[in-house]
Design a protein around this ligand. Sequence first.
Ligand SMILES: Cc1cc2nc3c(=O)[nH]c(=O)nc-3n(C[C@H](O)[C@H](O)[C@H](O)COP(=O)(O)O)c2cc1C
Ligand SMILES: [Fe+2]
Ligand SMILES: [Fe+2]
Length: 397
Amino acid sequence: MAATAIADNVWAIGVTDSELRVFDIIMETKTGTTYNSYLVRGEKAALIDGSKLEFQDEWFANIEKVMPLTEIEYLIVNHTEPDHSGSYPELLRRHPKIKIICAAPAVPFVNNVINTEADITGVKDNHELDLGGKKFIFKATPYMHWPDTMMEYLVEDKILFSCDGFAAHIGTGELYDDELSDKIDMDWEVKYYYDCIMRPFSGYIRRNLPKLDEFDIKMVAGSHGPIQRKEPRRYINQYQEWVAEKYDQDVAVVYASNYGNTGAMAKIIDSELQKAGVSTAMVDMTALDEARGRDVIERSRAVAIGTPTFNGDAVKPVWDFIGLFASVYSIGKKAAVFGSYGWGGEGIKLVADRLSGMKLKVYENQLRTRLVASETENADTKAFAAGFGEFVASGKK
Ligand SMILES: Cc1cc2nc3c(=O)[nH]c(=O)nc-3n(C[C@H](O)[C@H](O)[C@H](O)COP(=O)(O)O)c2cc1C
Ligand SMILES: [Fe+2]
Ligand SMILES: [Fe+2]
């Protein structure tokens, strides 16, 4: 990419990485991506975001096409992930006096990236920066994508600089969404980006999006993929749907069972919860793919996880399922653990510890029954279900 004017005295100065095939380890990038960056000039000038380290020479060259780097007053840091901040150490070396504006929680992150003395201001919601004829209003948007993330609105040109928000990894080089070829399905790309990058934070994003309501937006200029001007609020509206709460049951009873013993416990727990008025779904983990597993977690206020112990551990489908908690918003979700065992029964505690470590609220009682459950053990299972039902009901919204 070059330095291209997108409004009066506003330039896109980002770079294209068409070779990238995997982003953040988890996400496929078939056409690569772009690391978008912008330069806004009023009486003073401000840079918005940077580039990945490998592309910094091109990024500096794009800046110089507009104006000498050292005449730029501000660097607006929306997010310090290295795909945007890789060029900052060199920027500070070339222009140590540049004033950095970032969200308040980003201040230590910026320090840890540049590792040098600098003039850094952490700002809060509605902070304004007037360049003289170009005014920004800032909004903190934590967890879109990191705790440091913010966006800003350029009042005169009605541009929302949204960083990773509403972005897509499209590396075919078009500047605007209405220039894309039919081969690129932008809707799909934005959703895929959301699923991979933003979905774990849906609860935070739900709280952030209303901050954008007050802006009359003509363009959404994010940090990856084309600028959105065709229907500027299209993906903000889509995000609103995607991050909405999806609860349609109180508890998913999710279990794996080889000989049916853990499965029998799951059935008792499920029917006892229902008798107590708790809505449930029973899910066999061994028949669950990742997409359905994520849906199960998002749709349930709480999850009861059943695992037998094999070889001193919980079984693999259980660990695979638990791995999905980090890929959706599950902080504070309630959970319980139960299972059948033969001698040590270690799997149940290992699962409970992992869930606690992932910041779920884990019911303090863990239930184990030995091999084929006796009548007494079945009564314990019923009592466990009743206790967990109360735990789920407590503090329910
Ligand atoms: C391959 C295998 C390994 C096992 N390893 C353990 C173990 O390490 N600790 C233990 O407490 N039970 C162990 N067991 C016993 C099972 O936990 C027990 O049979 C349990 O009731 C199975 O539950 P399920 O019917 O839900 O599959 C093992 C069973 C199998 C088949
Ligand atoms: Fe990011
Ligand atoms: Fe990014």
